[in-house]
Design a binder for this molecule. Structure first.
Ligand SMILES: Nc1nc2c(ncn2[C@@H]2O[C@H](COP(=O)(O)OP(=O)(O)OP(=O)(O)O)[C@@H](O)[C@H]2O)c(=O)[nH]1
Ligand SMILES: [Mg+2]
Length: 368
């Protein structure tokens, strides 16, 4: 299952966000390094399309796609050299598929900050440097093993060394994970060397990242929006906001009451839903749907995947015995929400194994 890691400085609200998303109760405290071992939870991805499909086809069972969130220990300056929880923390980040970097945007003198101020951009700089230094360490270790081989005339080792040396130089000269990622991604498609590809996949700089501003509901909404703009400008990545502590406290109230309180504090009621959907999208995942027997189900798959990959996701038998697939686009279904009529109209297309799945496709796999 795809995993998203929640990262950030200590005390910024990572566990608060985790607890809100997963409804799992975990320690949330005023002191730093409350979380040491990662908290892990699986959540359903809210999906208006699945709700629409189900409301028309009325299956007995409706199954949302799921995604795993991992709440990772706080990182401090010097972590790549072993400060705080250091490299252990960085190893946990290496295991996830994508990162959500949580930024503190609440003022409370009783909750210490490792940078001594509320300053999301500064938080980003501190974390990014640690991610970058940790990658550099991995690259340097790798190069040091290549040197003797390259010297003894191994051409493959020499060409790997040349590539990694260039990457290290970009790390040093730009000190920017965004530049490193840009370089890696611009070469990834052309690279044939499996060893290099797998090395690059391990790099923290290469992970999909988005930002989440954890704001206090008492803060002016204009100030929140300005901060989001600043973060997006600085990083070139998506930033959303979430009043995590406020939303967490609302879980104890009935829905009517929650609505009233959100209105009172001008908190958008779709923040949690928007965040989860963006976190999924940011990983380059799209959704397809299947109707099997009485179950209607949403699945996540990497954009650009073939129908054969989709079949394999559902069941390996479907991939191995694949004959063809019947596919209806979501918008077509939306206009005529009746599969029998769509069949008669010829709006359900038959595709072979090379078809590339599109976001929203409703798919039936025929297999032997
Ligand atoms: N006032 C205020 N406090 C918040 C907000 N969000 C989180 N907090 C508080 O900040 C403190 C730290 O929250 P956690 O969720 O434990 O933070 P963390 O990032 O998981 O911290 P570590 O696990 O120590 O790295 C707790 O006392 C939270 O209640 C907020 O929006 N407003
Ligand atoms: Mg925590």
């Amino acid at each position: 299952m795809t995993e998203i890691g929640l990262i950030g400085l200590p005390n910024v609200g990572k566990s608060t966000v985790f607890s809100l998303l997963t409804k799992i109760s975990v320690p949330i405290e005023k002191f730093p390094f409350t979380t040491i071992e990662p908290n892990v939870g699986v959540i359903e991805v809210p999906d208006g399309r699945l709700d629409f499909l189900s409301s028309h086809l009325k299956p007995k069972k409706k199954t949302y796609a799921t995604i795993k969130f991992v709440d990772i220990a706080g990182l401090v300056k010097g972590a790549s050299q072993g400060e705080g929880l250091g490299n252990k923390f960085l190893a946990h980040i290496r295991e996830v598929d994508g990162i959500v970097h949580i930024l503190r945007f609440f003022f409370d003198n009783t909750i210490s900050s490792s940078i001594g101020e509320v300053n999301p951009i500064e938080e980003i700089k501190v974390i990014n440097l640690e991610l970058l230094f940790s990658d550099e360490e991995i690259l340097k270790n790798y190069v040091s093993k290549l040197v003797p081989k390259a010297r003894s005339g191994d051409k493959i080792a020499a060409s790997r060394m040349e590539f990694i040396d260039l990457l290290i130089r970009i790390c040093n000269e730009t000190l920017s994970i965004y530049e490193v990622r840009k370089f890696i991604r611009s070469h990834m498609n052309d690279l044939k060397d499996k060893e290099l590809i797998s090395l690059l996949r391990q790099l923290l700089s290469n992970k999909d990242v988005m930002y989440l501003l954890n704001y206090d509901e008492t803060i002016e909404r204009n100030a929140v929006n300005e901060k989001i703009y600043e973060v997006e400008n600085f990083t070139g990545c998506k930033c959303l906001c979430l009043a995590a502590k406020f939303e967490l406290s609302l879980l104890d109230f009935p829905e009517e009451e929650r609505k009233k309180l959100r209105y009172e504090y001008a908190v958008n009621e779709d923040e949690v839903k928007n965040f989860i959907q963006h976190a999924v999208k940011n990983l380059g995942l799209i959704t397809f749907y299947t109707v099997v027997g009485d179950e209607f189900r949403a699945w996540l798959i990497k954009q650009g995947s073939s129908i054969l990959d989709a079949a394999g996701k559902i069941h390996s038998d479907m991939r191995d015995g694949f004959i063809n697939a019947e596919v209806c686009e979501f918008d077509t279904f939306k206009n005529t929400p009746d599969l029998r009529v769509l069949h008669q109209q010829g709006n359900i297309k038959i595709y072979g194994k090379d078809y590339i799945v599109k976001d929203g496709d409703i798919i039936k796999i025929n297999f032997r």
